[in-house]
Every structure is written in structure tokens, then in C-alpha cells.
Design a protein around this ligand. Sequence first.
Ligand code: PMP
Length: 357
Amino acid sequence: TFNFSAGPAMMPEPVLEEIRDEMMNYRGSGMCVMEMSHRSPVFQQIIDEAEQDLRDLMGIPDNYKVLFIQGGATLQFSMIPMNLMKNGKAVYIETGAWSKKAIKEAQKVGEVIVAASSKDKNYTYVPDCSDLEIPEDTDYVYICENETIHGVTWNKLPNTKGHVLVSDQSSMFLSKPCNVSDYGMIYAGVQKNVGPAGMVVCIIREDLIRDDLTDLPIYLQYSTHAGAGSMYNTPNCWAIYCCGKVFKYLKSIGGLEEMHKRNLDKAKVFYDFLDSSKMFKGTVEPEFRSLMNIPFVTGSADLDKEVVTATKAAGYDNLKGHKSVGGLRASIYNAMPKEGVEALVKFLKNFEANYGK
Ligand code: PMP
């Protein structure tokens, strides 16, 4: 089955095979990683290597902390304003469902200025953010760098005019090279482009981690996690182990440059098909099309449904669009091979050619 789910999603097959091989006895420990104490030297090595491999992959500078936190990307919608709003003011850019959710949570904590929005065209583009009005005392500028539901992505970061940039990279994490020092903080739920659900990776500049937030619940302070090497409490050991394997796998294939090349190549196969089809149409302005999540429609809700049923029966799963927008969506994260996209395109071409005959 080729799984086109928006997440949890496919993992690289060689990684799954390695995990299978280590399942009953991790490197002579006599245990599965699921059974291991997080305080054991053997697990300490797993988490240390995972962090180091991620640092190598992304070129994360030494003045950034890498944190593995539970609560998914959703908890970050709250933790970010709770920790980073020093003056109680932040600028958010509204580009779709996930930035909207983040805005809603931040509004509970302080003043949110929505400086630009693409709501006018149903979130099918990224607004021009080269000259935003940003008050001097703004604590940070927030973006969702790839909107998973609407399938729009940022090709050029906003001009924050010297303010801290915070980015939700959940559905594009490690899909292309990233200059970490352009950001104050990057975070990503790992269940799309990396590993199993239940964890978020936060990459945060050290000077943004405050130790004066003693009234905040301890788990919600970045300083708690930073001070304890992501092990203040029992971490998601299994997710850390699996993500570590994926980081090593990405290094072995040539890193993020190579991954980006493959992702461009793969997405082109699908977008070329959409641009040539009479039945299927992409919903996003070409300049802002995501390499990871491709929403498309036939124009008829009934026909969309038929396509979902037919594709599922043929072994192409999870092509239903998100319930809030309908239509269809193919998520083609790092682990989706080009052959999967080519096979789906072939199937859809046949479907179109034979429809109504
Ligand atoms: N941000 C984005 C861009 C997402 O796609 C998602 C999940 N689909 C989330 C945040 C929320 O992630 P989680 O389910 O890990 O809380």
C-alpha cells in the first residue's frame, strides 16, 4: 500500500526493517527500546546520538537547544506565547487552518496582531510579507511554514524587521535545507516527516529560554526541558529512538540537499499531472504549492468520493481531503518514494480516461 496520509505517515522502509531487527534485543541489551529505563546509559546514548545527528543534518548552531517534548505540535500553540511573550504582543501571519489554531491559542495569552492573511482567497497563497507593519515591542513573528490542510508553503521567509521568527515546520520538517539562524525557534510534530506520533522537536535559541517564569506550570516552561536534556520526566523514548534512525537514514542518503532534490522531482510528477488533467485540478496558486501536501479537486463532491473509494481499492490509501475543506489530498512526505507518486498518477490518468465509458 502506498500511504498518502497527512500524518501519521509513511516511514522509510530501511528504517522500519532496522527497527524490526532490533525489536527483541536492542544491541545485546536483552531488551526492546520500549522496555528500557530512560535513565540507562544505553538510552542516554540513543537520545544523544539522535540530537547530534539532527544537529549535523540541519547545521544547528551551538547557541540553539534541541528539545524533545510531548503534547504534539498543538501544545506549542500555547507554550510559545506563554514563554516568548515578554511584552505580551506578537505578530501572526494567517495562511490556513494551522496558523489559525495557533492564533486562537496565542490570543488567550496576549495581544495578537494578524499582520497579513490569505483568508480572502480561501488560503490558496502566502501573502506578501516583505514590508509588514510590526510594532517595535513585538515579541516575535509567527508563521506556519507549510499549511498541511491547504497545501501552501512559504518560499521566502517574512521580513520580520529584526524581530524573532517562530515557525511551525510540522509538515515540512527536514524536507529541504534550512538556515536555522534565520529563526528564533522552529518546531515540528514528528509524525509527518520523521517518525511515530507523540512528540515535537523544538529548536530554540538559548537567549529566548527564560528562567523567570516560575508561575508557569513546570512542564510548560522551555527552561525545564532545556535544563534536563529533554528528560525532566519520562520522555517519549520510542519516538526518540525511531526519529534518531530517520536522522541517520537522511544523513546516509546525502542529507537535506539530496532530500530536497528528490522531493522537487517527486512533487513535479504530481503537479505536472494536475496541470495536464481535465478532471483533476490543484487548488493552490502555483508559486505557493507545497512539496509535501497536494490538495486537489474534481469540482464534484460525489466524484471526489468515488475517487477516494477507487484509489483505496487499488492500494493508494488516505487520499481524502481534510474534513474541513473536502476534496482530495495527496501527502507525499520524505518517505513516499517517487514510484508511489508515479503509480498513483498512472491510476488517476486511467480513471480519468475511462470515466463514464
Ligand atoms: N501544525 C501543523 C502544520 C500540523 O499539520 C499539525 C497536525 N496535522 C499540527 C500543527 C498539530 O500537530 P499535533 O497533532 O502533533 O498536535
